[in-house]
Design a protein around this ligand. Sequence first.
Ligand SMILES: *Cc1c(COP(=O)(O)O)cnc(C)c1O
Length: 411
Amino acid sequence: MKLSDIQAIDGNDPLAGKKPLFELPEQTIYLDGNSLGPLTKAAKARAKAVVEQQWGEDLITSWNKHQWIDLPQRIGTKIGALIGAAEGQVICADSISINLFKLIATALSLNPKRSIVLAQKDSFPTDLYVAQGLTELLGQHRCELKLVSDEQLTDAIDEDVALVMLNHVNYKSGEIYPMEELTALAHEQGALTLWDIAHSAGAMKVELDRCKVDLAVGCSYKYLNGGPGAPAFVYVARRHQNKVEQPLSGWMGHASPFAFSGEYQGAEGVNRYLSGTPGILSMATLDAALSAFDGVNMLGVRQKSLGLSSVFLILMDKLGLEQEFELLSPQEHELRGSQLAFAHPDAYAICQALIARGVIGDFRAPDVLRFGFTPLYLSFEEIWHAVHILADIINTKAYTAEAFQTPQKVT
Ligand SMILES: *Cc1c(COP(=O)(O)O)cnc(C)c1O
């Protein structure tokens, strides 16, 4: 595979026109959009407008004049279109962690005779921490977290389980779990499902409605490029709406917040899942950033993502890097998300050495090097360069330099 072959693939890439929508620094190959999506030109312009004109000049009138108050619903509808959710089921609010609290509690209220929350042992830790917090609060008789390995998962879904809480794509290995199949299995046993789609929203075709998912959460700062700490989203299937209240019953989720009544009455539909005042600056950048997905077919995104990760693996093989690393991600396309993870005893130092050479991936403890493939702004040629730089770092042992050994606060 020569560089000219790679350039020919770029020449035929239907998504190539999206790259100019992003503000990417020169001399940087960004393979970490699965952790923090980059700045879009639209988000930058919106941030300036919101700060200078809307907040700066129109002050509080902006809630109506610039429809700040409708941002949670408006963004929810846009994200809904990317994750296979018909209108009125997705709302933008808070963080995944906070939304998990609302939704686990919702599931337990919807399924009141059962208490077990079944989850994958290697879920993203916050998912487990929030469930543990609810156990502390409600007591084991109302919320009991049961952790299982992937091998145990299907057998463990039985008639005692209230909620099956799953990561759609494992944050480390990138393995995809079968949403439709596992949801059907849970339903057969009378359990509900809560899917965390942090690593699939914006990266691949997600079909929440078609898979009959009950509840879902996801974040907007990864593949959706909303900005650092941009708000998350909640999905509540229409059939489960208006049946129970959620416990973070703040005024923004009230049926009429500006009546200032002393009594809580949840709003109709998914609006009930709002709690407090939305962070308008980050909602506004997210709203603008989502325009990068205008006209994008998620199947095309998925196809390019698999193309990028496949080229990465082919080049690793060709440059003799295969033996140096242990691939933790599935080889099979159906099981591989939009990232590749490799184990290496010096993963942290290698990651730092790569960053020093302009290739940004990330490290996950204890020994994992992770690369994200984001089709809207990555070219195949960048993958070619990234793997060649990796080979150089390994062959010259550049990563053994003192400067690359000390972990920083955020890894
Ligand atoms: C990134 C990520 C989170 C992060 O949760 P926050 O509350 O937004 O910090 C949660 N779950 C998964 C699967 C993630 O990948």
